[in-house]
Design a protein around this ligand. Structure first.
Ligand code: CMP
Length: 657
């Protein structure tokens, strides 16, 4: 139940070693930087052409993206996510080339602004597709958290460095020169995304079954309506965007009118913020994966507000220093918001919820840039900065207490993900499917002495042991003991056969139960339901066969290889008797190929398939064979000496006692 033993730096290294994740992160950094080079350069151009109101109009691009996002957020559910990423980056690159040409040709302000809005609309498809793709590229919940932290960092740095580059280039070279650089960054994003395209088939298949669902962002809003805590995280993220929209629009005006920094001032302020954002990245990487994240979220949000008010009263040097702190706040609040959302929202809904949040953030950022001219008109530039800086501290003062509940709930989910991932059945599952398993779990308490499963009955559920000990009994003989972190009950579900053993609580036990359909969906996909029997291998090599034997579940790969070495492989004809009730035979036999039937007093008890074993009762309890086994078709068998079997299972038995 302990969280992943690998620390966050190890997880970050693991995801950075994954070329697909690297490509996604680099492409995202490049496309975000391109967007902000464009935004900053065009804002400066607009201020010269039409003053504060024109800067506000450029900022409306965020609201345009939000509206477009209502439709484009659903694309990720119907099409290949990697194809959406590449197509979006390519379309934006073309838009930048056209905008640079329009600027060079002296096109009217309205045409340039319309093209900027069009680019923003196209860009709205990017983030939801990326959020839906990431879980399919990583292997564990910890890696997903690390990967989403990396994309958040890429976004924050891309935004601030893009604004710096765009502002500086527009002041020192030309506005169209800056936009040409945006086009080059767009090309880089296309190139970085091509690698991930190789997974197209797999991730398209993952999205197909959900085509009938409500469109992305709308469904995301509905999901938020059901979840007060996720909604609270999103509300703060929206306010943060409102404040940022206000500040980015005000910064152009403030640097010229209040701080005496001229046209290059916007770039200087954003450079300071960029330094802060980048300084914060190693620190935020250490935070992810910890239980108590909301206090860091709160701190980050405060830093997104207070420094803006400070910039309004502190003079040039103080404003630049305050912007470093503002950059730290941007990184910190962005990473913690995404990490908290990943923890409280289920894997099935995270893509849509992220889509809704991103659309909302854009809407609020656009709203901020529209409000900026109104604020400066009614309050003066300084008054506008003080009011903008006060929004987040005020909201936090009102809602601060309610944020605490998020930490408690996030902790629960991490523990469940780790429990499920620790079981032999689900250990290799991708993290998006794991999220589905956790969403379907039902907590169950069983008192000592009660049976959870009875041998011979029909199976409906799979179980993971959260606490306590259970005995596994075959024909009344205890053949194994299960404890925290073990799973059981998969055989009847996978093969549509009766329960192979009784599982009885030895102590009071707490279990997490998963219904058959959810179990099969997680393991085999929704189309597998109703098509039993599954997972019956035709032909197994000795070592692979041992991996199927429930008795050896606790053995590692080395122990299984050693055990396989000790085995003797033989063949049997159809109808040949493999073992006879009443005989003494100290060997465990594993079926490699074929089928056999277990008979007690001549009556059929159960069928054995490749990967099934018989003889465990005699080997573990030193009694005579309790049943007769007859080959139903030609078989290959692996016979293991009793001593080797007892030595292999001894550590597990010792752990239970
Ligand atoms: P199932 O047959 O569905 O129901 C009983 C479960 O007990 C079975 O799935 C396995 O998960 C588990 N089980 C059976 N035999 C053993 C064993 N020898 N060791 C551990 N678990 C077992």
């Amino acid at each position: 139940m302990a969280p992943s033993k690998r620390g966050q730096p190890g997880l970050t290294r693991a995801v950075l070693a994954n070329p697909d994740v690297r490509g996604v992160v680099l492409a995202f950094a490049a496309i975000t930087a391109a967007e902000w080079v464009l935004g900053a350069a065009v804002a400066i151009y607009a201020f010269g052409a039409g003053g504060t109101n024109a800067v506000g109009l450029v900022g409306v691009r965020f609201a345009v993206a939000a509206v477009a996002g209502l439709w484009s957020g659903g694309l990720a559910e119907r099409h290949s996510r990697t194809a959406i990423l590449t197509a979006t980056a390519a379309a934006r690159t073309v838009a930048y080339v056209v905008i640079a040409a329009a600027l060079a040709a002296g096109a009217p302000l309205a045409v340039v602004v319309a093209l900027v809005w069009l680019d923003a609309a196209v860009g709205s498809a990017y983030r939801p597709a990326q959020a839906a793709l990431l879980p399919s590229l990583v292997d564990s919940p910890g890696e997903l958290t690390a990967a989403s932290a990396l994309t958040s960092n890429a976004k924050t740095s891309g935004q601030v460095l893009g604004a710096l580059g765009g502002g500086t280039l527009a002041a020192l070279v030309s506005v169209q020169g800056a936009v040409a650089i945006a086009a080059a960054l767009g090309l880089l994003a296309c190139a970085a995304g091509t690698r991930a395209r190789q997974r197209r088939r797999r991730d398209r298949a993952a999205g197909q079954g959900r085509a009938a669902q409500l469109r992305g962002a709308v469904a995301g809003i509905a999901a938020l309506g059901r979840d007060a805590e996720a909604a609270r995280i999103v509300r703060f993220a929206l306010l943060r965007s409102l404040v940022r929209g206000l500040w980015v629009a005000l910064a152009v005006v403030a640097s010229i009118r209040l701080l005496g920094l001229g046209r290059a001032g916007f770039g200087i302020l954003m450079a300071a913020a960029g330094t802060g954002a980048i300084l914060a990245i190693p620190g935020t990487a250490l935070l992810v994966g910890r239980g108590a994240l909301t206090r860091w979220f709160t701190f980050g949000l405060l830093l997104c507000g207070v420094p803006i008010a400070v910039a309004g009263v502190s003079g040039t040097a103080g404003a630049i220093a305050a912007m470093v702190a503002w950059g730290v706040g941007l990184s910190l609040s962005d990473v913690t918001a995404q990490a908290l959302l990943n923890r409280v929202v289920s894997g099935r809904e995270i893509g849509r919820v992220t889509g809704a949040m991103e659309s909302g953030k854009l809407l609020f950022e656009g709203l901020g840039s529209v409000l900026a001219p109104l604020l400066t008109a009614s309050l003066s530039v300084r008054g506008a900065l003080l009011a903008t800086g006060g929004v987040l501290p005020l909201a936090l003062a009102l809602e601060h207490r309610r944020l605490g509940g998020i930490d408690a709930r996030a902790g629960d989910r991490v523990a469940l993900l780790e429990l499920v991932r620790g079981t032999a059945t689900f250990g290799a599952l991708r993290v998006d499917a794991l999220e589905g398993v956790v969403s379907g779990l039902r907590a169950l308490s069983v008192s000592a002495g009660s049976d959870v499963i009875r041998q011979g009955e029909e199976g409906h559920e799979w179980y993971a042991v959260a606490g306590g000990e259970l005995d596994v009994l075959v024909d009344g003989f205890t053949i194994n003991t299960l404890g925290p972190g073990d799973g059981f009950g998969e055989l009847a579900l996978l093969r549509a056969v009766p329960r192979s053993a009784t599982v009885r609580a030895r102590t009071d036990v707490s279990l997490m139960a998963l219904e058959r359909d959810a179990f099969l969906t997680a393991l085999l996909g929704a189309e597998a339901i109703g098509q039993a029997p599954f997972a019956v291998p035709h032909d197994l090599e000795p070592e692979a066969a041992l991996r199927h034997v429930a008795l050896f579940r606790a053995c590692d790969a080395g122990a299984l290889a050693a055990l396989a070495e000790e085995g003797v492989v033989s063949a049997a004809e159809e109808d040949e008797t493999l073992t006879t009730a009443g005989e003494h035979d100290d060997r465990l036999v594993v079926l490699l190929t074929g089928r056999a039937r277990v008979l007690v007093d001549g009556a059929f008890r159960r069928e054995l398939l490749p990967g099934d074993a018989f003889g465990e009762i005699a080997v573990l309890h030193g009694v005579a064979r309790t049943a007769t086994v007859v080959a139903s078709e030609p078989c290959r068998l692996l016979a293991l000496p009793g001593d080797a079997v007892r030595a292999a299972v001894a550590p597990a038995a010792g752990r239970a006692s």
